[in-house]
Design a protein around this ligand. Structure first.
Ligand code: 5GP
Length: 193
């Protein structure tokens, strides 16, 4: 594999850990030369989310058709929703020497790390506490209690996987966390925080 290929940065963490906000802010830091991978997903947009910007929102039938013809380099089912990363998009970005940031669950992170071991850096974001996590998820507003409970339960499971990542960062201060990730992306840091 050519050393000129772009690099992949994967952010994972429980719902409410702040990974999406972090990824959105990181792409705005010009020096990092990052672009965000936009996944396909079958849930409804949340308040403020936009089609083709946050996700490509499609229905389950469309998703399963794409999956069948091999459009996804990886995909997952998270609670009742399907999510997938476009193979075409990733290949094009890599060929153009782009650095890409992804927000993926643990399964997606594992698959991309295995497929692109040298190019991929995995970062796990943890919320400062369980209480804070619950507050952040609740603040999203349009989540039914059943989904909130399911996400919180999954968060416990996800936390245990943090050790499999290249880096783990507790997101108790957004600016501070952004600085830490920027340093990782520039490749100037060691693994400990
Ligand atoms: P949310 O519904 O909160 O936007 O996302 C739920 C979970 O799915 C998050 O952990 C998010 O990072 C993950 N996710 C989003 N897109 C993808 C994807 O394309 N592949 C995988 N494996 N996970 C994804």
């Amino acid at each position: 594999m050519s050393s000129r290929l772009g690099r992949l940065f994967i952010i994972s963490g429980p719902s409410g850990s702040g990974k999406t906000t972090l990824a959105q802010k990181l792409v705005r830091i010009k020096q990092l030369k990052l672009q965000k991978s936009i996944s396909f997903c079958t849930r409804k947009p949340r308040l403020g989310e936009k089609d083709k910007k946050d996700y490509f929102f499609i229905n389950k039938k469309e998703f399963l058709e794409k999956k069948k013809i091999g459009e996804f380099i990886e995909w997952t089912k998270y609670l009742d929703t399907f999510y997938g990363t476009s193979k075409k998009y990733l290949d094009a970005a890599l060929k153009n020497d782009k650095n890409i940031i992804f927000c993926l669950d643990m399964k997606g992170a594992r698959i991309l790390k295995k497929k692109y071991p040298k190019q991929t850096t995995t970062i796990f974001i943890l919320p400062p506490s369980k209480k804070e996590l619950e507050k952040r998820v609740k603040d999203r507003g349009n989540m039914v209690t059943r989904e909130l409970r399911a996400r919180m339960k999954l968060a416990d499971k996800e936390r245990k996987y943090a050790k499999n990542y290249d880096y783990t960062i507790i997101n108790d201060d957004l600016i501070d966390t952004l600085k830490k990730i920027s340093i990782i992306i520039r490749g100037k840091n060691n693994k400990e925080y």
